[in-house]
Write a protein that binds this ligand. Sequence first.
Ligand code: AMP
Length: 221
Amino acid sequence: MLRAVMLGLPGAGKGTQARLLSIEFGIPHISTGDIFRGAVQSGGLLGLEARRYIEKGELVPDPIAIQIVVDRLDEPDCRQGFLLDGFPRTVLQAESLDQLLFERDAALGVAINIRVSPGEAIRRIAGRGVCASCQTVWRMDAGDRTCPVCGGRISRRADDDEETAKRRVQVYLTETAQVVEYYRARGLLLECDGEKAVEEVFQELCSRLSGLAGRSRHDNP
Ligand code: AMP
């Protein structure tokens, strides 16, 4: 059983590692950013509201983000654990997550903090594209805009332009950095160096998480 949250600057590799870990441990990967982008594409009320904040690099208001996560964590696939990516981003969100798990006789197991410097985060965001279908992140400078994994279209995220990316990094440092300290104070923080290669970060996280998770899917007979 693994109940985890992923923290780290935009561009740290949270989404990439969360996707790999979700397969490794057989638990759902829940990205609030992906949920909001999906809502923006669908064009409903939630999307219209979220878009106002996303396009400026600001946080969607806490009550909206919290409700999205409450609804998602109550779905049956989260009973055996989950990996939240991009949530919590404020101390209020972290407290609400603790409360909602407590009300369900559960508790968070670990908060993974993938560390990269702000300069590295901005550099990575400037060079990345994301597959619209499977959300895999690729470097854009290769010029190939077809996803090698699923054949989907790779494009820049609307909020990856330089100005918005800088604002997102600033918002992280002023708001979300406190969430790292929230989990450190509770002894739940697992930190790793996100400037290493993707595979190296993944292997390190797997070995450090496997004790916590009890068993990974590879332990299944
Ligand atoms: P991400 O894909 O995690 O980088 O998120 C993209 C954008 O979605 C952020 O810049 C915020 O505007 C919004 N967002 C995602 N998760 C949250 C959250 N937990 N709280 C508030 N806003 C969020």
